[in-house]
Design a binder for this molecule. Structure first.
Ligand SMILES: NC(=O)c1ccc[n+]([C@@H]2O[C@H](COP(=O)([O-])OP(=O)(O)OC[C@H]3O[C@@H](n4cnc5c(N)ncnc54)[C@H](O)[C@@H]3O)[C@@H](O)[C@H]2O)c1
Ligand SMILES: O=P(O)(O)OC[C@H](O)CO
Length: 338
């Protein structure tokens, strides 16, 4: 990548779901040369030739310059920037296959919002572990970024988090368009935690929405969800101000409020009485919080952090506790100062 500016970088985007495809479009619109990797050849063909991803972004016209391939080696050839956009729990397996194909100096950008089950690692930690890349080459992007709105070029902002400020600025330049405004932040831990925990809180918001509760309930969940995210962040060395920013409050508000959110929608189905298995059958895209609620809770427990909303979501999603009982339990917790 050009050391002064990431503009015009050769980029590979691995994962042609809704966010990978949308971000590939953003990069093309910002002037990068982009190849998108889709697992299925027929989807790669539709993206390259019909300029549409009918499975994940139907009706969105993709830019002419966007090429897609089902061959990861072809996507990664001579890439200066490698963008990772697969479900969090499948990153490790995918990356083990892709690692030998990665150009040695490529910058690695994670778009994922989850915590790995079993290891409780953040996605950038998994990337460093599998690829051997140092923290100066690994970054994460997080913020209020519902894919479909951005694919429609509705204005939005985001955060590029990297320990290396110059790297963060390169990435900022690589994806800055008239409709997509990236900020930088050196707090990788805080930005990644914000993205992972908001999915869990969005599930809680969806559940209460499905039960028929309104805006006071949602605002209470957002605010107390932010409090437990910030507590976890403090225990892990994040900057408190990150949680007041786009990757914290910004993403919480967007995800907890939007009918486009897969996590909120999933929660709504649970709140209306579906089981997790029934809800899973109705959705093709990933709702990260369903799995990450357990790893977030494990992370909190390992650091002695109280995360009552996360715990409540785990109980509904994985322990068969009815949503109504969960609400009763949350509301009757010991009274305390804010
Ligand atoms: N969609 C959004 O609005 C959005 C916005 C910001 C961040 N994110 C995050 O980006 C990441 C990717 O999300 P997405 O929305 O693109 O997901 P998606 O479900 O729309 O697509 C997932 C993609 O990963 C691929 N994949 C590779 N290995 C897989 C496996 N083992 N199982 C399932 N799919 C596999 C799929 O083929 C598909 O192309 C998630 O962590 C999500 O939280 C999404
Ligand atoms: O659709 P969701 O719930 O995965 O949320 C998408 C984005 O993370 C919103 O910023």
């Amino acid at each position: 990548m050009n050391p002064q500016s990431g503009q015009g970088a050769r980029a590979a985007v691995l994962g042609a779901g809704s966010w990978g495809t949308t971000f590939a479009k953003v990069l093309v619109d910002a002037g990068c040369a982009v190849t998108l990797h889709a697992r299925r050849p027929e989807l790669a063909r539709a993206i390259s030739e019909d300029r549409e991803n009918p499975d994940y972004l139907p009706g969105i016209r993709l830019p002419k310059g966007l090429r897609a391939t089902a061959d990861p080696a072809e996507a990664l050839r001579a890439a200066e920037l490698v963008v990772l956009a697969v479900p969090s729990q499948s990153l490790r397996d995918n990356l083990v296959q892709w690692a030998p194909l990665l150009p040695p100096d490529a910058v690695l950008l994670s778009l994922m919002k989850g915590i790995e089950l079993g290891t409780t690692k953040r996605m950038s930690q998994v990337v460093c572990e599998i690829t051997g890349a140092g923290p100066d080459r690994v970054a994460a992007m997080s913020g209020p970024n519902l894919a479909r709105e951005i694919a429609e070029e509705q204005p939005a902002a985001t955060v590029i988090a990297c320990a290396d400020q110059q790297r963060a600025e390169q990435l900022q330049a690589a994806c800055h368009t008239p409709y997509f405004r990236p900020y930088t932040n050196p707090d990788l831990v805080g930005c990644e935690l914000g993205g992972a925990v908001k999915n869990v809180i969005a599930l809680a918001c969806g559940i209460t929405e499905g039960m028929g509760f309104g805006d006071n309930t949602r605002a209470s969940l957002i605010t107390r969800g932010l409090a437990e995210t910030a507590r976890l962040g403090a225990a892990l060395g994040a900057e408190p101000t990150t949680f007041a920013g786009l990757a914290g409050l910004g993403d919480l508000v967007a995800t907890c409020s939007s009918p486009l959110s897969r996590n909120r929608t999933f929660g709504e189905k649970l709140g209306r009485g579906m089981t997790v298995e029934q809800a899973l059958q109705t959705t093709r895209q990933v709702a990260e919080g369903v799995k990450s609620c357990r790893s977030v809770l494990d992370l909190g427990r390992a650091h002695g952090v109280d995360m009552p909303l996360t715990e409540a979501v785990v109980r509904v999603c994985h322990e068969g506790v009815p949503a109504a009982q969960m609400v009763k339990e949350i509301m009757s917790r010991e009274a305390k100062p804010e």
